[in-house]
Design a binder for this molecule. Structure first.
Ligand code: SF4
Length: 331
């Protein structure tokens, strides 16, 4: 018990309950805890395979937010990164929301610090603010609309043409959306380290080896990657495209975790991850934040109901408005 108390005290520092769990059958125990605690496990496609397998629901950011908004579970176990669990808490202020590892952050969310963004917004007072869901609660509270890559175009199109827009935090997604919508949105200069790690030269070499493969990419990728892609879409869009396509071979430029789902859905197709800039051992196309969640941390977070996500109630009241606008427009 001494060890548990010490681990609880240390949780802020290390991000998770650091205790040994010898000989635990995680699948069995997690399923037991789900029933005992009326818990739901929501997992992002970028989670490790074992977590995707045991989750009650696996989806992209939009689907996860929609699912979090309508759950009647008492506890939401969010197997994803911090901004996602925070969004679930904003939507469910009275429910317990746990994240297996508090340090599972997001480089894109970190690239938009609230004080700097607030100052930027003040320089453009007549602009409507649309932010990608990959941002902190503070940034959401400064926004008029939140969006995901699945619904960003629809949300931007719903804003009158003559209204100027600030788009944050992803500059690559913002530039792609400017092309798609014919707008000239002001872009915040943020980016995701995973989607900026792809190498165009290595990609073109790989394509020479697989001339029949179709290149598909997530719009967080850089412009030179998007230029050669034959299909550009959100995580769920990429999955749907591969499912419905007659083609048999694909090179996929997004976080590598999506490949698990893609291969399960399409056992007869060849799915190849797009290569990253660094050497082949760096696993650059894997989001190390997403991979911080493990089966052990998932089990411990459910058993001890920590680390839990808390959001200041005044902040949550402001942040929920643009999230609800997005959910309303996505029905
Ligand atoms: S893949 Fe990029 S945008 Fe997604 S959680 Fe990881 S760092 Fe953030």
């Amino acid at each position: 018990m001494k060890t548990l108390e010490k681990a609880k005290k240390n949780i802020e520092k290390v991000g998770f309950l650091n205790i040994d769990t010898p000989k635990i059958d995680y699948v069995k125990e997690i399923n037991k805890l789900k029933k005992e605690k009326n818990a739901i496990i929501l997992a992002h496609y970028y989670q490790i395979d074992g977590i995707q397998e045991i989750a009650d629901f696996v989806g992209d950011s939009l689907a996860l937010a929609q699912r979090a908004a309508k759950t009647d579970a008492d506890m939401i176990v969010f197997a994803g990164v911090h901004f996602m669990a925070e969004t679930a808490k904003i939507l469910n202020p009275t429910k317990k929301v746990v994240l297996p590892d508090l340090k599972a952050g997001c480089s894109l969310a970190d690239s938009c610090p609230p004080a700097e963004f607030s100052a930027f917004k003040k320089l453009h007072p007549n602009h409507v603010v649309v932010t990608y869901i990959n941002c902190s609660a503070e940034i959401k509270a400064l926004s008029d609309y939140v969006c995901t890559s699945s619904n960003a175009k629809k949300i931007i199109d719903s804003i009158p043409k003559e209204t100027p827009i600030i788009f944050a935090p992803d500059r690559n997604l913002g530039a792609w959306l400017n092309n798609e919508t014919g707008r000239e949105m002001l872009l915040w200069d943020g980016a995701c380290i995973v989607h900026e790690a792809f190498s165009i030269d290595k990609l073109l070499d790989l394509h020479k080896e697989h001339p029949n493969a179709e290149l598909i990419a997530h719009p967080e990728s850089e412009a030179h990657m998007l230029k050669v892609a034959k299909y550009i879409g959100s995580t769920s869009g990429l999955l749907k495209h591969v499912r419905e396509s007659d083609k048999k071979e694909f090179i996929v430029a997004t976080e590598a975790g999506i490949l698990f789902q893609m291969m399960q859905e399409n056992p007869d197709k060849i799915i190849i991850p797009a290569p990253a800039e660094e050497d082949n051992t760096c696993a650059c196309s894997e989001c190390h934040f997403m991979k911080m969640n493990t089966m052990q941390k998932l089990y411990l977070s459910m058993k001890y109901e920590m680390p839990s996500i808390e959001v200041d109630s005044e902040l949550a009241k402001k942040a929920i408005l643009p999230i609800n606008r997005m959910l309303e427009l996505s029905k």
